[in-house]
Each structure stands twice: as C-alpha cells, then as structure tokens.
Design a protein around this ligand. Structure first.
Ligand code: UDP
Length: 327
C-alpha cells in the first residue's frame, strides 16, 4: 500500500507501530540513530540509520525511499531528564523535528503523523483534558512537544503539510506475541521499573511523592496499551489518505490510576510482592493526567481493546519474562 518513514522505529512505541503498519499492508522504513533504540527491534521493514539533526542524511533517506507519509516518534521523552538537561530536549526534539519537517516538505511528502503528549497540558486542577484544553506544560519535555505542534501548524499554512497530532497519555504494555516490547536504557518508567523490582533485577521501586492532592497522595495517570495506541496511528494515516483535515487526538482511556493502584494491580497480576519505598516528588511531574476526550473513538473509529491496567501489566510481564529483555 504505502511507504511510511517511521522515525524512532527502533524504539518502544515505534517498533510496535512498524509491526502494526506491516500488518496493515504498509512498508515501514525505520529511521533511527540507535541512541535509545535497538537494531534488533527493527523487524518489519527496511532500516536507515541516521540522526534527525543530520539534514543531509534525512534528504538522502527521503530520496531513497520516497515515503508517502512520516510517522514521527523519535524523541527524548524523560520528564525528569528534561528538567535537568533542557537543552538536550530543545535541540533533539525541536531542532530535530524542524529538520525532519523541512526535509519532508522539500521531498513533497506532506502527510505527517506526530507523537505528542498529555505533558503539553501541564498541571491543570479539575480541568477535563480534551483537545481544546489550554496547553501549559510544566516540564521541558512537554514544552518541546508543544513547540513541534506549533511548527506543524505553521508548515501547514505555508506548505500544505497535513498532519495528525496524537497526544499520548501513559503508554504501557507490550506486543502480546512478545516480538517487541519496552526496553529503555536507562529505564525511568513506572511499570517496567516495577516489574524489575518484582523480579529482583533492581532495588525496590521508589514512589515519587506521596503528598500529592489525590486520594492516596500519589500521582494519577491514564494508561493506554501500546498496541491500541499504534492502531490509532494506522487510522490516523487512513484519515490523511482520505484527504481529511489536520486534527489533534488525545489517546487515553479516560480512567486514571494512582501509583499505588498500579502497584496493587502488579501484585495481583504477577502474584508477587512489589518491593517499594516512598521518596520525594520528581521534578516536573503533574499531579493528575487523565484524558477527557472520546474524539479518537468518535472520529477515527478507534477501538482500544487491550487498555485495561490488568491487561497492560500482563502483557508487559510476559515481555519481561520472554528472555528478549535483560534489564
Ligand atoms: N513514578 C514513580 N516511580 C518511578 C517512576 C515513576 O513513582 O520510579 C511515577 C511518576 O512520578 C508518575 C508515574 O509514576 O507519577 C508515571 O511515571 P512515568 O515515568 O512512567 O511516566 P510519565 O508520567 O513521566 O510520562
């Protein structure tokens, strides 16, 4: 069907997207610098190694593969690190994306699917977070993603770059076949760290902050299964292929779980104790991020099927124990 340039295709979400694209009959071309991605996660189409900051390499890859669309996952995505090293985030995420967008436009590739984040909304008490909510990011990660959303809108006005922006809530789980899964080095995300602690691969999990204004004092997040998330991306491509307008979609389930609730579910799924300690807040964390929108279901026809917390932890645990993972 079509050729899709998948930046970050060797990473956690990108590799799942490549699998979903290949299953839908597309050819996913992975563009990745392998700084945080893994060569052996590129299993579903060609691989082109390169860095978003290298415009000449991007031009070469667009000329070689002539993609019909871009799916842009490649980014630095750690909230804590973005607070201590903001320059890395602005350079890699914003300057890198600008290069990619300019290279795409120059090559005449004007369909663009972008991974944005609920972190662009920031900490808004008692506000239902839908796509029209104001964006007040409180960390450099969220600020860098919001900036890229603005760049996309400007290039639509100047060059007709049509785009779908997905604002992810917290992505979790793994491919049920365990062909690909989550593996960050270093790992900073709650569920994989928790599974490591359960497995004795790491020290106890530290809960970052127990004094938030939530029922149990810990942060609340809306977890969405990576397979459901990438299904939405395939629908986003179809949306653009049918000539529909550029659009923003939240990708979340609308249900929030606290850190303590995630611990309880993990204990239940694995039938093991979760060693944890209570620590101070992590800089940049919002109290509560839960999607308040069903636009993706209503307009894209998105139907999440695996996004219960229990299923996400079950799939992550299967991947964790699959032997692919050596965290
Ligand atoms: N979290 C935690 N301990 C950890 C890692 C994360 O308590 O070792 C908390 C974090 O403060 C947040 C939630 O788990 O409230 C999800 O964090 P994660 O880093 O997985 O995703 P983020 O929300 O930052 O995108």
């Amino acid at each position: 069907m079509s050729t899709i340039l998948v930046t970050g295709g060797a990473g956690y979400i990108g590799s799942h997207a490549c699998k979903a694209l290949a299953e839908a009959g597309h050819t996913p071309v992975t563009f990745d610098n392998l700084e945080t991605g893994w060569r052996d996660a590129v299993k579903f189409g060609p691989f082109a190694q390169g860095d978003l900051l290298d415009r000449a390499r991007l031009d070469e890859v667009f000329a070689e593969f002539q993609p019909d669309a871009v799916m842009h996952f490649a980014a630095l995505s750690q909230v804590g690190e973005s607070m201590s090293h903001p320059g890395k985030y602005w350079r890699n995420n914003v300057a890198g994306s600008l290069n990619l967008i300019e290279a795409a436009v120059a090559a005449g590739c004007k369909n663009f699917v972008f991974s944005s984040t609920c972190a662009t909304y920031g900490d808004q008490d008692n506000v239902v977070l839908d796509e029209n909510s104001a964006q007040y990011p409180i960390n450099a990660y969220g600020a860098s993603k919001r900036a890229i959303e603005d760049i996309l809108r400007d290039f639509e006005a100047s060059d007709g770059l049509r785009h779908v922006i997905f604002r992810y809530f917290n992505v979790a789980g793994a491919d049920p076949d365990a062909e690909v899964g989550e593996f960050h080095q270093p790992e900073t995300h709650l569920i994989p760290l928790m599974l490591d602690a359960i497995d004795g691969k790491r020290d106890a999990l530290t809960i970052f902050g127990t004094d938030y204004d939530t029922p149990d004092g810990t942060c609340i997040r809306d977890y969405v299964h990576v397979c459901d998330l990438v299904d939405a991306h395939v629908l986003g491509l179809d949306w653009l292929a049918h000539g529909k307008e550029s659009r923003v979609f939240n990708l979340g389930t609308g249900s929030g779980f606290s850190v303590r609730e995630v611990i309880d579910h993990s204990r239940e799924v694995t039938n093991r104790e979760v060693p944890f300690t209570e620590g101070p807040r992590r800089a940049g964390d919002c109290t509560k991020l839960v999607s308040g929108s069903t636009r993706a279901e209503a307009e894209l026809g998105w139907k999440p099927t695996r996004s219960t917390l229990k299923q996400m932890i079950t799939d992550a645990w299967r991947w964790h124990q699959s032997g692919h993972y050596d965290g």
